[in-house]
Design a protein around this ligand. Structure first.
Ligand code: FES
Length: 102
């Protein structure tokens, strides 16, 4: 696992891009829950962490064409994306957020 920041570095209800072993990862905090998915949209080369987070459905919306992805399993919920993005293990230990990207 790779530490990507302290818990308080992540604002509730928003996304932040981090680098884990050279892999861009989108980390989202929803209350006490953290999610980590691949940061690059599966539709084209745009950063999901620049998009809006929908806490009620646990999704993030790609800022380019509006596809939404489940933060739980990376599956696209709306077009134009049809392929999932990778989901990574994320844990909180000693107030540090840790991600395993491989
Ligand atoms: S680049 Fe994300 S929906 Fe098109």
């Amino acid at each position: 696992m790779t530490a990507v920041g302290a818990v308080d570095d992540f604002a509730d209800g928003s996304a932040r891009r981090v680098d884990v072993d050279g892999i861009p990862v989108c980390v989202v905090r929803l209350g006490d829950e953290f999610y980590a998915i691949a940061d690059t949209c599966s539709h084209a080369d745009f950063s999901l962490s620049d998009g809006d987070v929908w806490a009620d459905t646990c999704e993030i919306e790609c800022p380019k064409h509006g596809a939404t992805f489940s933060l739980r399993d990376g599956q696209p919920q709306t077009l134009p994306a049809t392929q999932p993005v990778a989901v990574f293990d994320v844990t909180v230990r000693d107030d540090l957020v840790e991600v395993r990207a491989r």
